[in-house]
Design a protein around this ligand. Structure first.
Ligand SMILES: [Zn+2]
Length: 349
């Protein structure tokens, strides 16, 4: 596989942002220490004047540098390049691609390729393709507002398959979240959406985590004792529902959640679920609705402690002066969510 060298300024921006999307596209050589790193290496950033960029590890070794022991640039880049290439092929394909064909592109055996792909995305290549199809259907729904067009545009064979997903259970089903999820099996996946890569994780009771820009490591840190399992058929159906809810927000009260907080936090989360799409509340209004008008700051923290973005719509809370306030995944995501719900006047942007 060949790598075309990208612009040094672009490389340096990626390094400063520890942008994992650039891993495998170049390595960062540090002349003062004699090592080279992936762009996303967690080590302290070197000074710009000591840095040279190389297309890959071989080029860096040719210049006398050694691989970093912390980010292991050689071990991961081949896998990540294979996964990125496969994702690009899946996205570009009109028809579902056979696993053997995808694997052949990368030079891995089909079994090994399937394992590598699943470790990076939480989904098998086939499940990833299905998630992508669901995301495109949802996007087409928002864009076209015509269900049958959206169904066929997304490549489903017909409306009945499109609606075949589970009805799901109502409301929140708290389970024991003490001990970091010990004894709990959590299924998870990272899927592409118009808001960026979305992590969705669920127990057998419902969605326990929805976030953006996170992967398996973040999930492990949050539920260190849970058993994390990638994908699964029933999970895939729930995932389809979630993708559609995120791309065309509105009615997602039927999607089951599995969250646990203090009594006040849960009251706040319940009230958040009651804010209709297209409307917003202030933190003071949220505190009052949750039964404690004096607890404005606590309502703000409960809002921030929300584990399930979008489905518990904490993005619908803004400052009383009308400014957006904060958001865990950045104001661009918050603004995009409110905009597609019709909650923002254009002149307020
Ligand atoms: Zn490193």
């Amino acid at each position: 596989m060949t790598v075309s060298m990208i612009d040094p300024d672009e490389c340096w921006t990626a390094v400063l942002g520890r942008d994992r999307a650039f891993d495998g596209r170049f390595v960062t050589g540090v002349l003062s220490t004699g090592i080279y790193c992936r762009p996303s290496c967690a080590a302290r950033h070197p000074r710009r004047e000591n840095v040279r960029f190389f297309a890959d590890g071989a080029a860096a070794r040719g210049a006398g540098l050694r691989p970093c022991k912390r980010c292991l640039p050689d071990d991961v880049s081949r896998d990540e390049r294979a996964v990125l290439a496969a994702i690009a092929a899946i996205r570009a394909a009109e028809q579902p691609l056979a696993l053997a064909a995808l694997a052949a592109e990368t030079g891995y055996s089909p079994t090994h390729f399937q394992r590598v792909f699943t470790r990076h995305t939480g989904l098998s290549p086939a499940a990833y393709a299905r998630a992508l199809m669901a995301e495109r259907a949802a996007q087409a729904l928002t864009e076209e507002r015509r269900v049958t067009d959206a169904v066929y545009a997304a490549g489903y064979s017909g409306p009945s398959r499109f609606y075949a997903a589970n009805e799901g259970r109502l409301g929140m089903t708290p389970s024991a979240w003490a001990n970091g999820g010990r004894g709990v099996t959590i299924r998870w996946a990272v899927v592409p959406t118009t808001l960026g890569d979305m992590l969705v994780a669920a127990t057998d009771k419902g969605v326990c985590r929805l976030s953006f820009g996170e992967g398996r490591a973040a999930l492990e840190a949050r539920f260190p004792n849970a058993e994390l399992v990638a994908g699964g058929a029933e999970f895939a159906r729930l995932l389809d529902e979630v993708i559609r809810a995120v791309e065309a927000p509105g009615d997602f009260a039927h999607i089951p959640l599995d969250v646990k907080g203090t009594a006040f936090q849960e009251a706040v989360w319940r009230e958040l679920r009651r804010i209709p799409a297209g409307e917003t509340r202030s933190y003071a209004e949220l505190a009052a609705a949750a039964g404690n008008p004096g607890a404005v700051r606590a309502a703000g923290s409960a809002n921030g402690a929300n584990n399930v973005a979008v489905l518990i719509p904490c993005h619908r809370v803004i400052r009383s002066d009308g400014s957006l306030g904060g958001y865990a995944y950045g104001l661009e995501v918050k603004r995009a969510l409110l905009q597609r719900e019709g909650a923002l006047d254009d002149d307020l942007l």
